[in-house]
Design a protein around this ligand. Structure first.
Ligand SMILES: C[S@@+](CC[C@H](N)C(=O)[O-])C[C@H]1O[C@@H](n2cnc3c(N)ncnc32)[C@H](O)[C@@H]1O
Length: 451
């Protein structure tokens, strides 16, 4: 007989891996649910909901805890900190769980894990929170807007400080709000393989719900499916999962029949595959990435989509490759970045990224640009993109690049729909903002080599 499991103990295990071992929540949750496949659907749903909810609301939960605890959250033992966080999440957001059960289970778990001396502390804090939750005073939006946004949307203040220096309060709030909503699965039709109508027909035959997506005609949103590998159209390589913002990169690169393309940071291959699809069997796409693992990921995609004009190659973009000089009609530099634009899909990015790490990334981005710029033919195009929001990794990098290398910005208006056109797109770049645009946060600049 299988030993009975304690779902809250499982949740604490997941939270430990995320907060103490720097792992991503979507990965740890997926692995854990795979391990506990035999659990009732209700228990599995409880595990996902409490873990995801605790991570999404971490800053708010800590703010609440600090009002009732004599010990600062950062000074608590990691196990107790996570136990209190997940318990406060249930008290605040889950009416279906009685307060007494939340408190009792937390005390039992503290004891079980050997924190016998802290059981009264856990009990006292949680019973106080349960009694006085509606008396918690939240930061004032007018007087302390940054603190207000940080606690309300659990967004670190360093990120908000940068965003508020660039956008108004309303825009930043819309971004934060949007990042709390579940992001839909967006797919790109491989038009060189099948028409959009054929792909929709195949999806609908499997009772998958399909919706149109703004900005690009061949982008669709899908829902009501179990998993990707069971979808016929996916197995046949007729579509790629890709956000519409990311599709705009190849759209803006606009490859022409026979073009040679190099994607210097390409895995898992979304944009390279898109270029290859647009080239419809002509030209060539060299999709490069750093490790064997990443190259393997691209090869799987290549096999599934049966591409003949694309190859996955291991190549460090910070190491100069003499053979590539003046070779590329199009070079994609979709560089490693802080990922703040995709927090709707990976909520814990906000806690893992720090200002210091972001500055390190800026250095890497510049090092890669400095290494690869000369691979672009004179007259050729370099598309610089990141899935992040903020001037450091985007506009300032473009400005630095233009000051140091023989390139100029090229208007992207001819390649995008009317709805996305603005002063900056005319100048040569686009910053997509979740909550303002119907997409992830993304930055794309089109640069032409002039000598
Ligand atoms: C934003 S992701 C690329 C996403 C990809 N363009 C797509 O559309 O699927 C950045 C990629 O850069 C890769 N990378 C990081 N440092 C690199 C380096 N020095 N050389 C090559 N690739 C690198 C990472 O492995 C990661 O796959």
């Amino acid at each position: 007989m299988t030993k009975p499991v304690n779902t809250r103990e499982i949740i604490l295990g997941i939270l430990w891996e995320i907060t103490e071992e720097e792992r991503y929540s979507h990965v740890v949750i997926r692995e854990t649910l795979e391990k506990y496949q035999y659990l009732e659907k209700r228990d599995r749903a409880f595990i996902s909901r409490v873990t995801e909810g605790t991570m999404e609301n971490l800053i708010e939960l800590d703010y609440i805890l600090e009002q009732f605890s004599t010990v600062k959250v950062k000074d608590m033992k990691p196990f107790i900190r996570n136990l209190l966080r997940m318990s406060v999440y249930q008290l605040k957001y889950m009416d279906s769980v009685p307060d007494s059960a939340v408190c009792n289970e937390a005390v039992k778990l503290a004891q079980k894990k050997g924190f016998y001396t802290l059981k009264n502390f856990v009990n006292g804090v949680l019973r106080n929170v349960a009694r006085k939750l509606d008396q918690v005073v939240y930061p004032d939006k007018e007087k302390t807007p940054r603190k207000y946004l940080s606690v309300t949307y659990s967004m670190p203040e360093w990120i908000l400080k940068k965003w508020l220096a660039q956008f108004d309060l309303q825009t930043v709030e819309a971004m934060c709000q949007s990042m709390r909503k579940e992001s839909p699965t967006c797919i790109r039709c491989n038009l060189s393989k099948a028409t959009k109508e054929e792909i929709i027909q195949s999806l609908k035959a499997q009772h998958i719900t399909v919706k149109e997506v703004p900005y690009l005609d061949y982008a669709l949103e899908i829902s009501d499916y179990n998993y990707l590998q069971a979808i016929d159209a996916f197995k046949e390589g007729l579509f790629q999962v890709q956000d519409v913002s990311s599709m705009l990169v190849a759209e803006i690169a606009d490859p022409k029949w026979g073009n040679y393309c190099i994607d210097v940071c390409a895995a898992p291959g979304g944009k390279s595959l898109h270029l290859s699809d647009k080239l419809a069997g002509s030209g060539y796409v060299e999709a490069r990435d750093l490790t064997d693992y990443k190259v393997e990921l691209m090869k799987e995609n290549l096999e599934r989509t049966k591409r003949i004009n694309m190859e996955a190659v291991k190549q460090d973009a910070t190491v100069f490759d003499e053979n590539s000089v003046d070779k590329a009609d199009i070079l994609l530099a979709d560089l490693p970045c802080s990922g703040l634009g995709v927090m709707g899909r990976k909520p814990d990015i906000r806690y893992k990224m720090t200002e210091a790490r972001q500055q390190e990334l800026v250095k890497i981005q510049r090092k890669i640009l400095d290494t690869v710029w000369s691979y672009v033919k004179v007259g050729g195009t370099l598309v610089y993109s990141t899935c992040t929001i903020g001037a450091d990794e985007n506009q300032y990098n473009v400005k630095w690049f233009l000051e140091n290398y023989p390139f100029q910005l090229d208007s992207i208006d001819p390649y995008i729909c009317e709805e996305l056109r603005s002063k900056t797109t005319k100048a040569g770049y686009l910053q997509l903002l979740p909550g303002v645009h119907s997409s992830d946060g993304f930055f794309i600049a089109r640069l032409k080599r002039i000598r």
